[in-house]
Ligand binder design. Structure first.
Ligand SMILES: [Cu+2]
Length: 286
């Protein structure tokens, strides 16, 4: 009887190898898909301010560095058993006290940590820098709302619980913010700015924001500050300098001036007696 024709030896080895490659590729691809990893943003948003973008680039740098090191470590871990799995039970050649190798794996991580530290310091210094500017906004947080006032102008915007106030600011301009709290600790957070700072009673927390895009952005309190914390929202509207100045000028009338002074008086009266009247100035690192 004639035996069935066998496939050529080379073809079967190739197909087996290909099957193995496909099986090995499933794990990293599944990990990538299941972790929801997105490139090149790595799940972060670049935001609309100069500082949000530098934080975003720092995040990208960290993520790329972690991916390279992670890939190298996983590749080395997998390579050893795959490469030497058919070498029997004999103890392989030992390579301890290999001075150049030991120096390399001690010095390289130290250099990486220094690199990450230096990059973080550069970005943090940019975050807390307060360059001179002519645009200042006083932001006051209170239970449970926000007050935005513009020193030198009668413009005051107050909103609480269900009325979300809007902070107007000009685009491509350094805007100096003085953040205070009337009563308890609140958190000033604007998602599109990748930015959050404490509003602390007795502290004037100062920082500078520079938006590079116009638009409407959402903000909220990020510190549990009491009963209506969950309603402590606000908006940020970034407009052109011309529109911003026209908006400020629209408050140049006696009615707005008296509303502003009444709001300031009310705030002084509401300010908790435990909050010092002269807030300690902080450079925005809080
Ligand atoms: Cu709050």
């Amino acid at each position: 009887m004639e035996s069935p024709a066998l496939p050529p030896q080379g073809a079967s080895t190739r197909s087996r190898r290909w099957r193995r490659v496909r099986r090995a590729a499933v794990l990293p691809l599944a990990a990538l898909a299941l972790s929801g990893c997105t490139v090149p943003t790595f799940g972060a948003s670049q935001g609309v301010t100069t500082s949000s973008r530098s934080v975003f680039h720092l995040w990208q740098g960290f993520s790329i560095g972690a991916a390279i090191i992670g890939t190298l470590v996983v590749a080395l871990i997998l390579w050893v058993p795959l490469r030497y799995r058919r070498h029997g039970d004999a103890i392989p050649k030992q390579s301890q006290y290999h001075i150049p190798l030991e120096l390399t794996y001690t010095i390289v991580p130290i250099l990486i940590v220094f690199g990450l530290f230096a990059a973080t310091m550069v970005v943090e210094n940019k975050e807390v820098a307060n360059p001179k500017t002519s645009v200042t906004i006083d932001v006051n947080a209170f239970q449970w709302g926000w007050k935005f006032s513009y020193p030198g102008y009668s413009a005051v915007v107050i909103g609480q619980t269900t009325q979300d106030p809007t902070m107007m600011m000009p685009v491509n301009t350094n805007v100096h913010i003085n953040l205070t709290s009337t009563d308890v600790v609140h958190g000033f957070y604007v998602k599109a700015f990748n930015f959050s700072r404490y509003a602390l009673p007795g502290v004037r927390n100062q920082f500078t924001l520079r938006a590079v895009n116009t638009g409407d952005f959402f903000g909220q309190c990020t510190q549990l500050c009491g009963l209506y914390h969950s309603l402590m929202f606000f908006n940020v509207k970034v407009v052109s300098m011309t529109k911003y100045q026209a908006w400020l000028a629209s408050f140049n009338n006696p009615a707005s001036a008296s509303t502003a002074s009444a709001a300031n008086t009310a705030q002084r009266q509401q300010t908790s007696s435990v909050v010092p009247s002269k807030p300690y100035a902080s450079n925005g690192a809080n």
